[in-house]
Design a protein around this ligand. Structure first.
Ligand SMILES: Nc1ncnc2c1ncn2[C@@H]1O[C@H](COP(=O)(O)OP(=O)(O)OP(=O)(O)O)[C@@H](O)[C@H]1O
Length: 298
């Protein structure tokens, strides 16, 4: 089957301006995202994530290499057939309503559901926007704008969703809802390419992660591989204060401590002896830990 995304030796150099020298933002990235796969593109600020997405979506051209969507070079407009794209800060026409924006999306993509009105309302409702469906988007919060852009992308029933930091403007409940919606899309066979600074946000969603740093793809891993590589665990408890290295207070008498895996049982015994109740133990799958580990080992 043709890959949803195939990128070979992709390069981007931003040309010199009066204020700054030329800059190599992508130094030859190669990766493949299979149809039906969810790929998390993870990296710190300035790593080259948005540059990659802008090339994939035809917003800018590469300086070298090849990128294809479903086998079609991204330079050709046909490559964007069936593509749903949500940029990091979606700029919506602020004189339109969410309903009008979704309706326009259907027209542009020539997507003709049996009842277009009901179809748009279904997606607005799904993204928690039914109450504001007919209000102009001027004055919407970043989260609401992001939800509108996501509803717009999903309403065209895309075969590929490209999402730049889709969770960044959302509160924790919003994040969970959007992760659920994306999981559903994925279960129905959709392909997703999404970026994030925060591994934790996408850990439930992605089949594989690509770790990008300074314009280079340092590693591609499954969540299982990352957890296996991570030798640190996070313990959360509730109870009285005690002297324990690295123990940090959270609101409401709760505590967290990140420790090396071999120290787990001893730490648990210490916390239990101090009268603590265990809330959770989980791999300390922080971006930093996983990323440093992989980069060091690469
Ligand atoms: N138009 C531009 N001109 C010059 N340099 C640019 C331009 N756009 C991006 N860059 C630089 O290219 C590098 C990669 O930027 P990019 O936006 O792709 O990173 P990112 O991984 O998406 O980061 P963030 O998480 O902050 O969005 C950064 O150092 C950035 O400053």
């Amino acid at each position: 089957m043709t890959a949803a995304i195939s990128i070979t030796d992709l390069k981007k150099t931003y040309s010199r301006t009066w204020a700054s020298p030329s800059f190599e933002a992508l130094k030859g990235v190669t990766l493949t995202v299979e149809a039906g796969e969810t790929f998390g593109f993870i990296g710190p600020n300035g790593a080259g994530k948005s540059t990659t997405i802008k090339i994939l979506t035809g917003v800018m051209s590469p300086s070298g290499g090849v990128a294809r969507l479903f086998g079609v070079d991204v330079g050709a407009p046909e490559s964007r057939r069936g593509l749903g794209y949500v940029p990091e800060n979606p700029s919506l026409p602020d004189y339109l309503t969410p309903f009008e924006i979704l309706s326009m999306g259907l027209e542009l993509h020539r997507h003709k559901p049996a009842d277009a009105r009901a179809h748009c309302m279904k997606w607005l409702d799904r993204l928690g926007l039914a109450d504001v469906a007919n209000k102009v988007v001027r004055g919407f919060s970043k989260g609401m704008a992001q939800r509108t852009a996501l509803a717009h992308a999903l309403a065209v029933e895309p075969r590929l969703l490209i999402l730049d930091e889709p969770l960044s403007g959302l509160d924790p409940i919003g994040r969970r809802e959007v992760v659920d919606i994306l999981s559903e899309y994925r279960q129905q066979g959709g392909s997703i390419f999404l970026t994030s600074h925060v591994l934790h946000d996408v850990e439930r969603l992605a089949d594989r992660f690509g770790l990008i740093h300074k314009g280079e793809l340092r590693a591609v891993r499954t969540p299982g591989e990352l957890v296996g590589e991570d030798e640190r665990v996070l313990v959360r408890t509730e109870g009285p204060a005690l002297a324990l290295d690295g123990l940090q207070a959270e609101p409401g008498g709760r505590w967290t401590v990140e420790i090396a895996r071999p120290a787990l049982w001893e730490t648990l015994r210490t916390l239990e002896a101090a009268g603590h109740t265990l809330i959770e133990v989980k791999p300390a799958l922080s971006l930093e830990a996983a990323f440093l580990h992989v980069v060091k080992g690469a």
